[in-house]
Ligand binder design. Structure first.
Ligand SMILES: Nc1ncnc2c1ncn2[C@@H]1O[C@H](COP(=O)(O)OP(=O)(O)OP(=O)(O)O)[C@@H](O)[C@H]1O
Ligand SMILES: [Mg+2]
Length: 599
């Protein structure tokens, strides 16, 4: 969480200010909205004024009730009310519109940022918590800026307008009202801090809960396989329970604040009635003014209570806002050189790693002084024990992250200087376990297509997918499937076998048509027929391309132009398979293990 410290340490006002700076649409046109809100508040205040005037100058007119005056006054009040209602409708619409476009931009910004964060941060920061930041946290903000924002604006205005009018009618009674509420206002500030703290805990727990739930859904199969459903359920129950506890703690406090508001409001009303009656008897207050005053007290206390309610939403929103801003503030480790970068046009690719070192954040060194070179069009197999750093090398070459020392060069240019979109076009990593999306086989393969391939006159996606399948010699496999390319693969490709998922990944990579292929060979065993298909597809896929394969199969290492042996993060041997076997070093040992396995 330390990366989020800046936003999380902001005060309420500073958070709102930064939130508005990030999505300025939230306050677009606020001046007009504010004016409309002023008019709406005055419209509401017309009623008490009309009551006072009607009673004092209409019904109790010196020469008996003046019906004409009563009719005029009530008509004016009615018109005022209508205008006020129209203005308040307009305020609502305007606030909804601005808050929706503000939140839209906040959501898309946060989501885009999550995608730009390197794979590293996404792993470290729990994904569920990131998801909750772009979804439920934004929702809490939306609740506030839609309703809370409206209410706060209208309430404050109404309190002001009501106070002015009350003072006009009777300064003594106004003093009583304020004497009742000032202590409440004073008490609110420290309470606000505590409510704030409790809501921050709520947002954190909600994030953790969503994380636990989404993880358990994603890992459902493993959970079932190991029969740990109960343990998982217990963990989820615990996080749900602790979310509830945090929520209850926060709501208890809010409830106490709210009830004290109601109590004070009723007490004030009672005192005003008694005091007003005495003032009336003393001849200092007309009946109309007393009646009007009672209406005004209502116009005053209503918003005060509303404001305490809004306070509740505000705290929740601020806590959510801090977390969303925290996402936006997480620095992107892989900085795109963009237009200032060195262009990297398509063509044969050479790769070089010079003194590359890498350590994951807070981890020990994983790679030390790695040198490696791949001439254009050649194939290099990287072999080594599990955990020796092979996948890390591939991730550095694909620039999922930057080396902590040394450099990775494509055609002699440091990856950091190449515009990321051009790099992604030229270098493609086929991971150990490719991810399949819920959809058809064709849709999944088409993920390899680039949007800039859609030039006029280019063949349709389906045709290109089909061509790729044929080029890799997989037509017979696809045609044997129930619905051919239209076969649904299920969530994460669950309805395909592990070998079939690899075939999809390879076809995808073929469509991507990269200059440098990084293949992290799957370790899962597949049946001999699929093995043959994979080998055949690999041959067509890698032909003429520079290839770095992280080899788990003897055949791959044998066929490579050169083999690089990695041990505990260091390159210990480089050479052709035959030479390395003869050298009787690391590779020879690995080789004899492979051979004894396959015999
Ligand atoms: N995201 C990560 N965060 C922290 N440490 C990591 C991360 N990924 C890998 N490591 C560590 O880096 C080391 C090298 O991992 P790497 O995945 O490169 O190994 P590998 O050679 O590909 O292993 P395998 O043959 O099992 O795939 C391991 O010790 C691993 O624990
Ligand atoms: Mg690996």
């Amino acid at each position: 969480m330390s990366a989020f410290a800046p936003a999380s340490s902001l005060g309420v006002l500073a958070t709102l200010r930064r939130g508005v700076a990030v999505s300025p649409q939230l306050v677009a046109g606020w001046k007009v909205t504010f004016l409309l809100a002023v008019v709406a508040s005055f419209g509401r205040v017309l009623v008490p004024i009309a009551v006072q005037q009607t009673v004092d100058t209409g019904i109790q007119a010196p020469g008996g009730p003046d019906v004409r005056r009563v009719v005029i006054l009530t008509s004016v009040a009615a018109v005022g009310l209508l205008v006020g209602a129209a203005c308040s409708a307009a305020v609502n619409v305007r606030l909804f519109r601005s808050s929706e476009s503000g939140l839209f931009s906040l959501r898309t910004q946060a989501f885009r940022h999550v995608h730009e964060l390197s794979v590293l941060t996404q792993n470290t920061e729990r994904r569920g918590s990131l998801v909750s930041r772009v979804t439920s946290d934004v929702d809490t903000i939306s609740l506030f800026v839609q309703w809370g924002g409206i209410m706060l604006l209208v309430s404050v205005l109404q309190i002001g307008v009501a106070t002015i009018l009350m003072a006009v009618y009777s300064w003594q009674l106004t003093l009583i009202v304020w004497a009742g509420f000032v202590p409440l206002f004073l008490a609110l500030r420290p309470l606000q801090k505590r409510v704030n703290g409790r809501y921050t805990v709520v947002r954190e727990r909600v994030g953790a809960m969503l994380g636990a739930i989404s993880e358990s859904v994603v890992g459902a199969e493993t959970i079932r396989a190991y029969g740990v459903g109960e343990r998982t359920q217990r963990r989820i129950d615990e996080s749900v329970a602790s979310t509830r506890a945090a929520m209850v703690r926060a709501q208890n406090l809010v409830g106490a604040v709210f009830s004290s508001g109601v109590l004070v409001a009723n007490l004030v009303l009672a005192v005003v009635v008694v005091a007003g009656t005495y003032l009336g008897i003393a001849g200092q207050l007309s009946v109309g003014k007393l009646l009007a005053f009672l209406f005004l007290v209502q116009l005053f206390t209503g918003p005060v209570q509303m404001a305490t309610e809004v306070l509740n939403e505000l705290q929740n929103a601020v806590a959510g806002w801090r977390r969303v801003l925290g996402v936006l503030e997480t620095p992107i480790e892989v900085v795109d050189a963009g237009a200032d970068g060195v262009p990297s046009p398509p063509g044969p690719a050479t790769l070089e790693l010079r003194d590359v070192a890498y350590r994951y954040p807070d981890g020990p060194p994983v790679l030390v002084d790695v040198d490696l070179s791949v001439p254009a069009g050649s194939s290099v197999a990287v072999v080594g024990a599990t955990g020796s750093g092979k996948t890390t090398i591939a991730k550095l070459v694909a620039r999922f992250m930057d080396p902590t020392a040394g450099s990775v060069l494509l055609d002699g240019v440091d990856l950091r200087d190449i515009p990321v979109d051009q790099l992604r076009r030229r270098v493609v990593l086929v991971p150990q376990e490719g991810f399949l999306f819920d959809g058809t086989l064709a849709e999944n393969i088409a993920y390899g297509l680039r949007s800039d391939d859609d030039a006029a006159g280019a063949p349709a996606d389906d045709a290109r997918v089909r061509a790729a399948v044929e080029a890799l010699g997989l037509a017979d496999w696809v045609d044997d499937l129930a619905a051919g390319l239209g076969t649904a693969v299920g969530q994460r490709g669950e309805s395909l076998s592990a070998g079939e998922r690899q075939l999809v990944a390879l076809t995808r990579a073929y469509l991507a048509d990269a200059d440098l292929l990084l293949l992290d060979e799957a370790t899962s065993a597949v049946d001999p027929a699929t093995e043959v298909r994979i080998a055949r597809a690999l041959e067509s896929l890698t032909r003429g391309r520079s290839t770095v394969t992280i080899a788990h199969r003897l055949s791959t290492a044998e066929a490579a132009d050169s083999v690089v042996v990695v041990d505990a993060g260091r390159v210990v041997e480089v050479g052709h398979h035959d030479d390395l076997v003869a050298r009787e070093g690391h590779y020879a040992a690995l080789h004899s293990a492979w051979v004894s396995q396959t015999r």
